[in-house]
Every structure is written in structure tokens, then in C-alpha cells.
Ligand binder design. Structure first.
Ligand SMILES: [Zn+2]
Length: 389
């Protein structure tokens, strides 16, 4: 791969003919049309998110003469360059000089580029950037892109995979799943965490359809001219969730829906009963893990481990231990009520606190409370035996 360091390209040159696409949230072209700012393997523009702190920081750095770092171009031909790294910074600058956002001046007043004093404008426009122009094969460039992007705002794994497997499939996938204008995103957001422009939905769709092997799936489908299979699978998971669980709860967001779909979608559910069951569990103060409610219900309300039902606290355990032990000593029998009725040598054994565990006299699943009046201490062996029944 050939690289040349350019030190004579100014911000004014870069911003010549700058086009920003509001709809797609992308900086598109610059350098009088010679530069493609966002080739298809690049990620969406993210510096404007989080209140725009990052794009403002780029402009403030320029005004303070701080370096904004190396920029890499990929030279396709004499009149055709692509931004390999620096897209976010270039888009920030381009957006600023086209008055898309303001910075704060010394007095805390909003200041757009158009309203700035000439010396400040010139300072920005005349700043020279450090640019490496690289020429190489597609695989060399991609390998290298992977390396340089470890610095800066780190690429999320899906952005990296999009770069590695760039092609028609990724382009179509991003159009569907990474487009914040897609009206379905609100619905998807109930079940999937993250944002479209950081590839959260594309990643989830691929993860579900590939049963967790995104890399391999993308490699197989790389040259596909459609994403029908991916969309179909993704939509069946989403439709299944929303038909089984008619109420949307915040704890549903980010669950392993792909796995749950595979495991349970062939079972029939009555959405009314499911909804009533979920509501009852939501009202139960002893359930610590509300995220577990959905899988618990799907599995037939059996596996209470999923709910992490609250356990007795130390104070309750110690107080029950001492009353139970005092009574047992007075009668000359074991302080484990199950040992007392047994036939072994432990009939009169006084267990230490550390040798016992708290037990719900009436199980939680049968309505028993996690309160002192429903607590008894059992020796560890008997507590385990009861728990396994
Ligand atoms: Zn016992």
C-alpha cells in the first residue's frame, strides 16, 4: 500500500462543495466534488448526537490551534478520494461552516459561523489538515481501516463488520435497519436496546437470523442483492413478541428475544392470560429480577430461579436462628425441625448459624411472604432437599 502525507489541504478546500444530507444524517461530498466523505463502509455521522458536544469540541480545537488529528483518504483515482478515517471530524467542520450548528463564544452566546468575526472565520478556514492519502487494494485498505479505527470513538463491532463485509447486502441492511427515519424504529426500540445509527437494530437482526454467528452470516450473504430473508426473520421475531406480550414493559428492552423466539415460538399462548400473569408478577414485591418474568411466563411459570425471589435478610435469619435454637436447647432436640423428625444421629444436634439456611415455610410460588413469620432455619442438607422438591 502506498501512502503520501499531505500538509497543504486547508479546511476551506475540504469544505468546498460540502453537502450534508439531513435525511440520512451523512456528510456526503467535499473538496470540490473530488472527496466522498461517507463511502458505504463508513458509519453514520454520530458527532451531532449527545447534544453535539463532540462536533463543538472539533470547532473549539480549531480555534485554539489544537490539532484535530490525522485524517486518512483512500485514493481511488486522480479525481476521486474517499475518507477512510476522519469522516466525523470533516462532517463536523463542514456542518459548522454551513451554519448547521453554533458554538458558544467567550460570553456564552451562541455563535454560528456566518456571524463570526472575519479573523476567526479565517482561522478556521485556513487551518491545514494532516492528511494521509493511501492507495491500495480493497483488502489492504479494509485491514488498515480496522487498525486505525481502534483509536478515536471506537467502532462498535457491527460497524467494523459493516466495513469488512461492505457490499450490496450491507448497504440494503443499513437502509432498512440503520436509518433513523424508519417509522418502525419506535416499535423495535421496545425490545431492542441502542440506536439505529450505532447499528443496534442491524446487529440484532443479523444476530437473530444467524443464531449468533453474525460474522459468518455476513460473509455468506455479502453479495446478496436483497435482504428478504433477514427482514422476514427479524419481523417474525418482533411480531411474535408483540402478539404474545400485548403490554410493553421497559424490562422487555434488551432481552435475548432471538433465543426466546427459537425456544418458545411453537408453543401456543393466550395473550390475555399471559398479560394477567405478567401483571401479577409485576405487582409482587418479592421478585427482584423483573427481566426474568417474561421467560418465566413463556416457560410455563415453573423456573422461579429466573425471578430471583427475594431471600431473607441477615437480621431476620439471625433472629429466627436464636429463638429456634433456644427452644430446641430447652427441649434437648435439634434446632433443625426436619432433623428432629428424622431417624438419624442428628435428632438432637444443635447446628451453628453458618450450618443453616433460611427457608420459606410456605413457598413463594404458593403465596408465602419473605417475612419473619414465614421463615424457618433448616440445616443446609434439609434446606437443599426441600428446595429441590
Ligand atoms: Zn436438618
Amino acid at each position: 500500500m502506498k501512502t503520501i502525507l499531505k500538509i497543504d489541504i486547508s479546511i476551506k478546500d475540504i469544505c468546498e462543495g460540502f453537502v450534508y444530507n439531513e435525511l440520512e444524517g451523512k456528510g456526503l461530498f467535499g473538496l470540490s466534488g473530488k472527496l466522498t466523505i461517507q463511502p458505504e463502509y463508513q458509519r453514520n455521522y454520530i458527532y451531532a448526537s449527545d447534544g453535539g458536544k463532540k462536533e463543538v469540541a472539533v470547532i473549539e480545537s480549531l480555534l485554539k490551534n489544537y490539532p484535530i488529528g490525522l485524517i486518512y483518504f483512500n485514493k481511488i483515482s486522480e479525481n476521486n478520494l474517499e475518507v477512510l478515517d476522519g469522516q466525523q471530524r470533516i462532517t463536523s467542520v463542514g456542518r459548522f461552516v454551513t451554519n448547521k450548528f453554533a458554538i458558544k463564544d467567550e460570553n456564552g452566546m451562541e455563535q454560528y459561523f456566518g456571524g463570526m468575526a472575519k479573523d476567526k472565520k479565517d482561522k478556521i478556514l485556513e487551518t491545514k489538515l494532516l492528511i494521509y492519502e493511501c492507495e491500495g487494494t480493497e483488502s489492504q485498505i479494509k485491514e488498515w481501516f480496522k487498525t486505525i479505527n481502534i483509536a478515536g470513538v471506537p467502532l462498535v463491532p457491527q460497524e467494523l463488520l459493516n466495513a469488512i463485509y461492505s457490499g450490496p447486502f450491507v448497504t440494503l441492511g443499513k437502509e432498512e435497519f440503520s436509518n433513523s427515519q424508519n417509522a418502525n424504529i419506535q416499535k423495535w426500540s421496545a425490545y431492542i436496546k441502542g440506536s439505529a445509527n450505532r447499528q443496534a437494530f442491524f446487529e440484532r437482526a443479523l444476530d437473530w437470523a444467524s443464531k449468533g454467528d453474525i460474522d459468518n452470516y455476513m460473509s455468506i450473504h455479502r453479495s446478496d442483492k436483497n435482504i428478504n430473508e433477514l427482514k422476514k426473520y427479524f419481523n417474525s421475531v418482533i411480531d411474535w413478541i408483540s402478539s404474545v406480550f400485548t403490554d410493553v414493559e421497559s424490562e422487555m428492552c434488551g432481552l435475548e428475544w432471538g433465543r426466546l423466539y427459537e425456544q418458545y415460538h411453537k408453543k401456543a399462548y393466550d395473550p390475555k392470560k399471559v398479560s394477567a400473569g405478567v401483571r401479577k408478577l409485576y405487582g409482587d414485591p418479592y421478585i427482584k429480577n423483573r427481566k426474568g418474568i417474561f421467560e418465566y411466563v413463556l416457560g410455563g411459570s415453573v423456573d422461579t430461579k429466573l425471578l430471583e425471589v427475594r431471600v431473607f435478610d441477615e437480621a431476620i435469619k439471625k433472629s429466627i436462628y436464636s429463638t429456634q435454637t433456644a427452644k430446641a436447647e430447652a427441649k434437648g432436640e435439634s434446632n433443625c425441625p426436619f432433623c428432629v423428625i428424622g431417624h438419624d444421629t442428628n435428632k438432637s444436634k444443635i447446628w451453628k448459624f453458618s450450618e443453616m439456611d433460611a427457608d420459606h415455610v410456605t413457598a413463594w410460588s404458593k403465596g408465602g411472604a419473605t417475612a419473619a413469620k414465614n421463615c424457618q432455619m433448616l440445616c443446609i442438607t434439609h434446606n437443599r432437599a426441600k428446595g429441590n422438591r
